[in-house]
Design a protein around this ligand. Structure first.
Ligand code: FAD
Ligand code: NAD
Length: 478
């Protein structure tokens, strides 16, 4: 939808209509302001069409099949393989076939104006929009401009890489074919999830990680995912640098890799997926027009760009936490800050106030949707030890009645980190089949700063996997 009169003033101009930009605009409108979203591509952004939704849709059928195979009685009923066409069909429906009509309708119903085009700042509170087939025009924001422009893939400077047609995560998540041999460069979350997804769809997958696999997660958790990938015949090279990539006459791709002992080898694949991280998309936004350098801006915990009182950045663009749910949290906070200011109210600087992104520092939930999955929130033991005087870690195998029922031979691991002074949980990690849904209980315990003495009264239903909470508290000494 293009508003009847797009030129002129808005209270709030949001550049980028990904999940995060949509949420800022929605919050502003619900607070009584006039907001416009400007989008250069599909309304809904990366998560809806090329990231969270399609990647999880590619993973889910494999996880469901494996779950059925782990239970005596149901395993006898499944002797086939994944129906690749059906998996792609289901994925296509989750991406609405890369058609954003539904999101456009949502914006209309939410009373948010939407303009298609590329936006950039041309002065304080002033944004120039270049529509696809029209002349540029300018808009002025009475209150705020919000940068919700997301992130772009980082492509490493590897010899020969620029000369070959490799897949990024966009091409992988929207693929309609399963490569015979798939090489995955990067052992982060995207690479690991997509390696398992394509391995289960039939590719012979080789992952090349320059360090550990899933290095940001607890070693005990990441190693179980690594073991699972290898058990599924996915080759994983750890601590391995890729020095050159060649396009071969038969159309295959040859990677020259070197391990930490300096031993070289070659990996040959039909497709190469490069998933080596993402960086904030703040360049080409005209920040220099207001005296700011894209690589030098700082953003405070209200989402405000330091040195301005009208410019905000949220979600992947802000670069603090590159996760949809956390970006949407930032969006709600920025929306509330803008509305409160517009109404002449006071911004509350206190921890956990509705104007401060406190959860970014203490309670970011993150799920790796592999099988086994990793679900983690809050601080790792080392981070907790940095922040608090006395901390303690309790860890356990997940072996309760609920897990035994969930899968025959269920294997999982759980850990909580406790701030001993306040006797509250400050971090939790679970790894195992179906652990993702247990994560929010940990998030609530951390955000609520629920004392262990009170948590003791939070009785997990029997027989569920949440019983691990009771075992952790018992092991702690409750
Ligand atoms: C493969 C993959 C899987 C992922 N899976 C998950 C997951 O399971 N869970 C999770 O929480 N996170 C996941 N993420 C991360 C998640 O996708 C991002 O954190 C999220 O999309 C960020 O949302 P955003 O709105 O900030 O940015 P985006 O979704 O990137 O939206 C930004 C929008 O701004 C537009 N834009 C940019 N510049 C301009 C301009 N100048 N003018 C107009 N419009 C502009 C873009 O076209 C885009 O639509 C995944 C990421 C990848 C790559
Ligand atoms: N389930 C989820 O929530 C989910 C899933 C996928 C992606 N994401 C998010 O999307 C973003 C992008 O994901 P990602 O996996 O690309 O980023 P990432 O930062 O998680 O991982 C990138 C990996 O690439 C490696 N790398 C960098 N340069 C390399 C090189 N030259 N050779 C080999 N390896 C190299 C890094 O060491 C790192 O392990 C992340 O912020 C991630 O959290 C989230």
């Amino acid at each position: 939808m293009t508003p009847s009169s797009p030129r002129g003033d808005y209270d709030v101009i949001v550049i980028g209509a990904g999940a995060v930009g949509e949420n800022v605009a929605d919050r502003a409108v619900k607070g009584g302001l006039r907001a416009v979203l400007i989008e250069a591509d599909l309304v809904g952004g990366e998560c809806s069409y090329w990231a969270c939704m399609p990647s999880k849709a590619l993973l889910r059928p494999g996880a469901a099949l494996s779950a059925a195979r782990r239970v005596d009685g149901s395993k006898q009923a499944v002797d086939g393989v994944l129906d690749v066409e059906a998996v792609f069909r289901r994925r296509d429906s989750f991406t609405s076939h890369w058609d954003d009509a539904g999101q456009v309708e949502w914006a209309e119903q939410a009373n948010i104006d939407l303009i298609r085009g590329v936006a950039r700042l041309v002065g304080e509170r002033t944004v120039e929009v270049t529509p696809p087939d029209d002349e540029p025009f300018t808009l002025t924001a009475l209150n705020a401009v919000v940068l919700a422009t997301g992130s772009r893939p980082v492509v490493p400077p590897i010899d020969g890489l620029a000369d070959i047609p490799f897949w990024g995560t966009r091409e992988a998540t929207s693929a309609h074919d399963v490569p015979g041999r798939l090489a995955v460069l990067g052992g982060g979350v995207a690479g690991t999830e997509l390696a398992q997804a394509f391995g289960r769809l039939g590719s012979q997958v080789t992952v090349i990680a320059r360090g550990k696999l899933l290095g940001g997660f607890a070693e005990q958790a990441a190693s179980r995912v690594l073991d699972a990938l290898r058990a599924e015949n996915i080759t994983v090279h750890l601590d391995t640098e890729t020095t050159a990539v060649h396009w071969q006459p038969d159309g295959s791709i040859r990677l020259e890799v070197t391990d930490q002992d300096g031993d070289g080898r070659q990996v040959v694949a039909d497709r190469l997926l490069v998933s080596t991280g993402r960086q904030s998309a703040l360049d080409q936004l005209g920040l220099d027009s207001v005296g700011l350098a894209p690589d030098a801006i700082t953003i405070d915990n209200h989402g405000q760009v330091t040195g301005t009182d009208w410019l905000f950045a949220v979600g992947d663009a802000a670069g603090k936490v590159q996760l949809t749910h956390q970006g949407k949290y930032e969006a709600r906070i920025v929306g509330d800050v803008i509305v409160t200011r517009a109404k002449g109210g006071q911004i509350d600087d206190n921890l956990w106030s509705r104007h401060l992104m406190t959860a970014n520092s203490y309670a970011v939930p993150h799920v790796v949707f592999t099988d086994p999955a990793i679900a983690a929130v809050g601080l790792a033991p080392v981070e907790a030890a940095d922040r608090f005087d006395r901390t303690r870690t309790v860890e356990l195998e997940i072996a309760v009645a609920g897990s035994a029922l969930q899968a025959d031979g269920y294997s999982g691991w759980a850990r909580v980190v406790v701030d001993e002074e306040r006797r509250v949980i400050v971090g939790a990690t679970f790894v195992g089949q179906d652990v993702a849904e247990m994560l929010h209980s940990a998030t609530i315990a951390i955000v609520g700063e629920v004392p262990l003495e009170r948590l003791w009264h939070a009785v997990p239903a029997y027989p569920t996997m949440s019983e691990i909470w009771l075992r952790l508290l018992e092991k702690y000494g409750m």
